[in-house]
Ligand binder design. Sequence first.
Ligand SMILES: [Zn+2]
Length: 229
Amino acid sequence: MLKILICFFFVSAAFAQRLPSPQGSYNKGSILFAQQLPLEGEGFMRLFRHRNRGFGSLEILNLIKRTALEMSLRYPMRDRMQLGDIAKMKGGRISRHSSHQNGLDVDIAYFRMNGMEQLPNIFDGFNEDMVINGKISENFDLERNWELMKALHRYGKVQRIFVDEVVKREVCHHAISIGEHDEHVEVLRSLRPFANHKHHMHIRIRCPDTARKCVAQEETAPGSGCELL
Ligand SMILES: [Zn+2]
């Protein structure tokens, strides 16, 4: 009898587990029962830890972990994925961002040729611009950043990746030069030129199917957008 009761207890506890639930929109939203990304894992590390903004949906956390693992296996001994803010524990408005409110956004520093990682708590912001005077920095690891963008699309419902306009132009030229433009139009299409993204890319995933109160953002126009640059 005791065994049955114990068993019943664990089964009920499992069913009662509350899964993260994004609510509202990216710019006016919140998240219920958010989960926290560890400070470090295989292939990633969190920056700005004192801000305590490592909370998000299962989908964004899984996307980060899977992509980071893949990139670390493919490019060992290089700089890991350096993550900025996701969201605060219950989501909602946070300083420095208009979005990052419903646990579906994350910032990632661009990969660097020199493999340097910044210290997680010393500097309150990404510490290296990759676009200087309208030109891409020599320290911008074009190949690895392109591979990262493709990997993100393989593992998650990525809708937008906000980048600097110069970064999109470089990535477009790279994809065209290695014959990957047509195969990866959707990846290129998701790259959205946006101010203040000289040092990091901002990943945004679509509302999870289970999150009925999540407000989706409109899809972007078809095509890679590379012809505009
Ligand atoms: Zn962001």
